[in-house]
Design a protein around this ligand. Sequence first.
Ligand code: URA
Length: 236
Amino acid sequence: MESKRARLDRFLAKTLQIPRKQVRQLLLARRVAVDGACATDMDLQVDEFSLIALDEQPLQQQTPRYYMVHKPVGVVSATQDEQHATVLELLPPSLRAGLHIVGRLDLNTSGLVLLTNDSRWSAALMQPGAHVEKEYLVTLANPLTPEYAPAFAAGMYFGFEDITTAPAQLEIVSSHNARVLLTEGKYHQIKRMFGRFRNPVVALHRSRVGTLALDESLSPGQWRALEADEVVQASS
Ligand code: URA
């Protein structure tokens, strides 16, 4: 999700419907404040959550919002879909506007999905360099063997995209169950990694993204808002 960043002078010209020359005059007259500080630089970058005021009157006020959802199997990780219910539709209509998904899950995967309207936060969690750890609980058709963990740790080459997966941790929980930790999210990554062993994934569940564990009190289909400290910890 792209951040909606823009130059301050563009934002003011558009919002106030005035020419840039007049915007410059407002800035020079020190009548504009951004996040509580007087703003005179027209190149200053602002976004949808910047507190921008003219003569101490707010010009935009958007509250960032953050939710965790327990996605059930059969619900699609999209904001719109013609065939299936979407994770967004698990929230009441009044809360849906402006939200986007932070890290999708396949249709037949269950577990933790995050929704927010804060693109800076989602970028901090999901950008490739962030290496945020995702935990998955996997049920397999065939028994696991000791060869799996070293192969996951070494990384696997996927010729189609010409990539090698980053080191992943695999812990055998029982004969047909594993816990897998990934720091990236390639297309169908877990299913394809077990596919190397010709071992189909029967059930896949995401239980954690970074510091955020799926709240055990949430049944499939339920959601809750994140606490302020959860939001800060997740992206730091
Ligand atoms: N890996 C998969 O194969 N599917 C998911 O939904 C997530 C990780």
